[in-house]
Design a protein around this ligand. Structure first.
Ligand code: PEP
Ligand code: MN
Length: 362
């Protein structure tokens, strides 16, 4: 059940609910509801008399299975990553190499993506590669390079963590923990990440449904970390022409049921450099709160995913048009009613009609 506590309710109300849940062996988690109050999600039902506690606003017994991630729990979330706000405002661009290759190249890339408009740096230190013979990433050394690049540029950094035991060391360096597509359903990892406060970028598994994605977010939130951003990064299709298919339906569909911010990754979502620019725009048009893009000064030479990697100059182009698109679409989700929408029926076009009578010569 979902219990909303109004702003200004005594602290004792929340503790009484959490205690009552614990006494019955029910998992429970409290979270801010974005309206000044709090919401408590309880995996089960508490006795009705607890509804009489001071400051209880509403009790929902029927709700989505992803209680904390659902729009029923709270208003739209904004996740703060080292001062960069994801959700509700201008699109956030996270950019950088697929894999961290060396300190020098990473710092150079960080400078160039910053100049191109990115507000976060991405880069993989622990890499989930399809082949055990491919470059597996620099590990902790890569994390140190990330910290150096942040130091140089001020950009907060996001990087992948693959195992529960890595969470502590990755969180010591990163501003945001990335859960990769292949680990979206690694529940021990999600639970461990949920125990720290570091924001999380949860990438959709490439065969995961919308509900499975939100249930994975729920694992993190139910463990105590509400700072989750979702990422659509392409699903498996039948056409070998594309590495993955960017499933943009899910962006507005998530908005209908969840308060979590959502970003789009057109690099993995297409697997093709030439498609990244247009699909980045499509992602923003679908309502994404930001983009994650793979960038390298020499994509052909990148140690991983070079075929889907663009340059910083191309990123600047995406950034410029992305901001213009975002502005052009402001208000698209506003309610429309008879008062706000007038339909101008165009007058029939006559200007081009040739009304000169045809004279047939004898
Ligand atoms: C990545 O971001 O480099 C990555 C491996 O992403 P995904 O988990 O979406 O494949
Ligand atoms: Mn990659």
């Amino acid at each position: 059940m979902l219990i909303t506590i109004s702003p200004g309710a005594p602290e004792s109300t929340r503790s009484a609910l959490l205690l009552a849940a614990a006494e019955r062996g029910l998992a429970a988690q409290a979270m801010a509801n974005g309206r000044g109050g709090e919401v408590v999600a309880i995996a089960g039902v508490l006795p009705a008399l607890l509804g009489d506690l001071p400051g209880i606003d509403s009790i929902q017994a029927v709700h989505k299975p992803y209680m904390l991630a659902s729009l029923e729990a709270r208003a739209s979330s904004v996740v703060d990553v080292g001062g960069v706000k994801i959700g509700g405002g201008a699109p956030v661009i996270m950019a950088g190499p697929c894999s961290i290759e060396s300190r020098e190249t990473l710092v150079d890339i960080a400078r160039s993506v910053k100049a191109a408009g990115a507000t976060m740096l991405r880069g993989g230190a622990f890499k989930p590669r399809s082949s055990p013979y491919s470059f597996q990433g620099l590990g902790v050394e890569g994390l140190r390079h990330l910290a150096a690049a942040r130091e140089e540029t001020g950009l907060p950094v996001v990087t992948e963590v693959m195992e529960p035991d890595q969470v502590e060391v990755v969180a010591a360096y990163a501003d945001m923990l990335q859960v990769g597509s292949r680990n979206m359903a690694n529940f021990p990892l999600l639970k461990r990440i949920g125990q720290c406060a570091t924001p999380v970028l949860l990438k959709r598994g490439f065969s995961a449904t919308l509900e499975e994605l939100l249930m994975s977010a729920e694992y993190i939130m139910a463990s105590g970390n509400p700072n989750v951003v979702l990422c659509e990064r392409g699903i498996r299709g039948f056409d070998a022409a594309f590495r993955f298919n960017l499933d943009l339906n899910i962006v507005p569909a998530i908005r209908e049921v969840s308060h979590l911010p959502v970003i789009v990754d057109p690099s993995h979502g297409t697997g093709r450099r030439s498609l990244v620019k247009r699909m980045a725009m499509a992602g923003l048009a679908a309502g994404a709160d930001g983009l994650m893009v793979e960038v390298h000064p020499n994509p052909e030479q990148a140690l991983s995913d070079g075929y889907q990697t663009i340059t910083a100059v191309e990123l600047a182009h995406i950034h410029r048009h992305g901001l213009a698109l975002h502005e052009a679409l402001a208000g698209l989700d506003d309610e429309v009613s008879d008062d706000t929408l007038t339909i101008d029926v165009p007058a029939p076009i006559t200007a081009f009609r040739d009304e000169t009578p045809v004279v047939l010569s004898a």
